[in-house]
Design a protein around this ligand. Sequence first.
Ligand SMILES: NC(=O)c1ccc[n+]([C@@H]2O[C@H](COP(=O)([O-])OP(=O)(O)OC[C@H]3O[C@@H](n4cnc5c(N)ncnc54)[C@H](O)[C@@H]3O)[C@@H](O)[C@H]2O)c1
Length: 260
Amino acid sequence: MTNDGIILVTGGSRGIGAATAVMLAERGHRVVVVDIVPETPAGANASVLVWPESFDVAREESVTSGVAAIEEKYGPITGLVNAAGVFGKMHSLERIRMENWDREVNIDLRGTFLVARAVGVRMAARRHGAIVNVASVAGMTSGPIHAYTAAKAGVIQLTLSMAGEWGRAGVRVNAVSPGFTRTVALQAGIDSDAMSEERLSRNAAMGRLVQPSEVAEAIVWLLSPMSSAITGINLPVDAGFLAGSTWDSYWGLPNGGSKS
Ligand SMILES: NC(=O)c1ccc[n+]([C@@H]2O[C@H](COP(=O)([O-])OP(=O)(O)OC[C@H]3O[C@@H](n4cnc5c(N)ncnc54)[C@H](O)[C@@H]3O)[C@@H](O)[C@H]2O)c1
């Protein structure tokens, strides 16, 4: 990523994508946001450009023609953030409806692949670029969101294989795996009692949710020359969810002090 190209952020109207687009623009980058529902992210300055057409990451034609049109209008994409995604619906295995399975896998995995491929081949031809895929701790753990966990595990694996494919072509590909992150959508779920903040945060070593800006910081770093030797990693940004989630099998996480 350099300051001469643009950074494309998918799913940038809201949530983690929006926080990342705003932060990148504040730090002097030209950002183009694409989304299935295009909207200016809250707090965006004039360096955040919103692509006005609906951009569906799961549709190949929408992705290939959209990426070509964006580069024609704004110039080469030197950084890509794949933040478009949908959450998994909670169901037991036997109750999963295949239209929900297909929706989650198509947007979260197929969509990440389509956009990363369309942009990555262009970066590889120019021998310069950085890609960050937003995976999830759900892709590294188990939960009753079976399509989502499989899709996010796929994103982590895809990140590795794309890093291998394009490493010598000067394109770095990394992932971040957020823990439960206090986006507007998640906060609405907590406020309506559909989700419990205590339940969402009690397995995190730090005992709290992640802020969207904390995920954005990691993404911005992985796009920047500060991480120039890093490719193929999956960086958890989870307030210690992975570190803490097995402690319940022992004596539980200490409550601010240490147990003897
Ligand atoms: N919030 C969390 O707790 C959390 C945790 C781990 C991972 N994630 C991941 O972070 C990413 C962003 O999620 P978020 O929490 O910011 O969600 P969000 O709902 O706030 O934002 C997602 C954005 O993606 C867009 N989008 C949805 N389907 C699309 C499609 N087909 N094409 C283009 N855009 C589409 C939405 O319109 C929305 O603007 C997702 O991949 C999600 O799985 C979120």
